[in-house]
Design a protein. Structure first.
Length: 186
């Protein structure tokens, strides 16, 4: 059986690398950098959650934050079926948490409870919702850990930070024990 030979173009490339060792180093370096960048972007895309939790020491609450650690808010009594924050002014102050397309996989880090979904706004933006609440960021927050928008009344409701866990309904009121019926032994 004859020996296996490299194709002529591979032989020529190997010869060029022998004559110019820097070319070989540069080629290998570019190849490694490209592969490393690809893996880094894939890892970043799969690791960065859409929603996370953070304990806010100012409020002494565990709240929902975006992928960058910024506090998220909801407007009560707004729902996905009844948007109150629709004006340009509202959307400049309270920026919706959006994704670029429906192909984006919504991911919540551990501690975030509730169903995540997307709401298509009238301008075509896809806003992230949690437990049926459209999510917003407040323009008055400039860093992680800030919750300057909590409790503000505007645009038809009251803004509040989104708790990591849904508020639990109070237990049903217990009726006072009824007095035993008197028994007459007739």
């Amino acid at each position: 059986m004859p020996p296996i030979q490299d194709p002529p173009e591979a032989t020529g490339q190997r010869e060029a690398w022998r004559k110019h060792p820097r070319l070989a180093t540069l080629t290998a370096s570019l190849l490694f950098t490209g592969v490393a960048a690809l893996f880094a972007s894939l890892a970043l895309a799969t690791v960065t959650p859409t929603l996370s939790v953070s304990h806010n020491s100012m409020l002494n609450k565990t709240i929902v934050v975006d992928g960058r650690g910024r506090t998220l808010y909801a407007l009560s009594p707004e729902t996905v079926h009844r948007l109150l924050c629709k004006s340009r002014t509202c959307l400049e102050v309270w920026r919706p948490l959006t994704v670029r397309s429906r192909a984006v996989k919504l991911h919540a880090a551990g501690g975030v409870e509730g169903h995540m979904a997307l709401l298509k706004r009238s301008d075509g933006q896809l806003q992230v919702t949690l437990r049926g609440l459209p999510l917003y960021r407040f323009s008055g927050d400039s860093a992680k850990g800030q919750a300057n928008g909590d409790g503000i009344k505007s645009f038809g409701g009251r803004w509040h930070v989104v708790p990591a866990k849904p508020a639990q309904a109070p237990p049903p009121a217990m009726s006072p024990p009824s007095a035993p019926s008197p028994s007459y032994g007739y």
